[in-house]
Design a protein around this ligand. Sequence first.
Ligand SMILES: Nc1ncnc2c1ncn2[C@@H]1O[C@H](COP(=O)(O)OP(=O)(O)OP(=O)(O)O)[C@@H](O)[C@H]1O
Ligand SMILES: O=P(O)(O)O[C@H]1[C@H](OP(=O)(O)O)[C@@H](OP(=O)(O)O)[C@@H](O)[C@@H](O)[C@@H]1OP(=O)(O)O
Ligand SMILES: [Mg+2]
Ligand SMILES: [Mg+2]
Length: 339
Amino acid sequence: MRLKDDNDEEEGPKTMSHCSIGHLQPEKSFVIVGYALTSKKVESFLKPKLEGLARNKGILFVAIDQNRPLSDQGPFDIVLHKLTGKEWRQILEEYRRTHPEVTVLDPPDAIQHLHNRQSMLQCVADMNLSDTYGKVGVPRQLVIKRDSSSIPDAVTKAGLILPLVAKPLVADGSAKSHELSLAYDEYSLQKLEPPLVLQEFVNHGGVLFKVYIVGEAIKVVRRFSLPDVTKRELSKNAGVFRFPRVSCAAASADDADLDPSVAELPPRPLLERLAKELRRRLGLRLFNLDIIREHGRRDHFYVIDINYFPGYGKMPGYEHIFTDFLLSLAQSRYKKRSI
Ligand SMILES: Nc1ncnc2c1ncn2[C@@H]1O[C@H](COP(=O)(O)OP(=O)(O)OP(=O)(O)O)[C@@H](O)[C@H]1O
Ligand SMILES: O=P(O)(O)O[C@H]1[C@H](OP(=O)(O)O)[C@@H](OP(=O)(O)O)[C@@H](O)[C@@H](O)[C@@H]1OP(=O)(O)O
Ligand SMILES: [Mg+2]
Ligand SMILES: [Mg+2]
């Protein structure tokens, strides 16, 4: 935040003239947030309510022009981004190196870690979180890099229990990376195209918890998920079935009439520990987790997915949470510089 500081002469305050928004008071200093997001993300996230609230709090969002050098734009206090591709990553890394005064949310290599469904969950597995509030793990899974004909043997050797969820190994946000299937028998998995992750399906009562993280803030919502698979169904069915993006639907399960043992949110202290540790281990501040509770085991949770810069537009009250977060970042930069 450009609260004026005696040592701050070289850059000077970022007045409105820098970002060519002429109708605002030229002397007022703003936190300037450059953003590089897909048009879909801009639409779902940068809604008028967010921009309005941000402006009232002294934050301005400025679109980054990908056709111009990043260093020629801004100056920015914060850069928000969710774009893929090696070229963009290199541009950002170079920008981080040459502009250490700018907070880039988040480091490209840390984000890259979430683009692989194996490395994505490794931190959760390594944490082995278990305390009086519960236990958090990841479903058992197996990576198949190539050769789909080897799958039945590999599944047997690994001792994975059916049904299995087949997920593309790469989770780069492409439509293909969200094409998941449920497999009732391992032989049918030969039809799928590696590289894949085969994950044990955990019965969880058809409801999952989306845990949104914005810096230190945590918000949990319920979403509908895949229904449980009974032993009877498993014995009667064979084959692999593609399923749609059930939990991404805008309809939340928060107001549904649910079995309380399924609907009960994971204990807050457990989520706080998990989020804090993941923020540290992943080196990220903007992500969400999909968490399920094993049906019938009140305190057994599994993280099944982690997404970078998820659909915050669907998170209740995100406008306040996000703007407070941006302000706190700017404030801590200012403090650091004035020491
Ligand atoms: N191991 C599992 N056990 C039970 N259900 C699962 C499991 N893995 C995935 N699911 C179900 O499949 C859905 C999609 O899986 P996942 O979240 O991994 O995919 P995604 O494409 O990365 O989703 P997103 O849109 O959140 O990025 C989950 O929301 C959940 O409903
Ligand atoms: O579409 P929405 O804005 O809701 O956000 C979704 C987001 O899509 P977008 O980043 O392309 O917008 C997805 O990212 P990619 O994996 O596709 O990169 C993923 O993070 C989903 O989990 C998000 O939904 P949520 O989990 O929050 O419900
Ligand atoms: Mg998910
Ligand atoms: Mg995902």
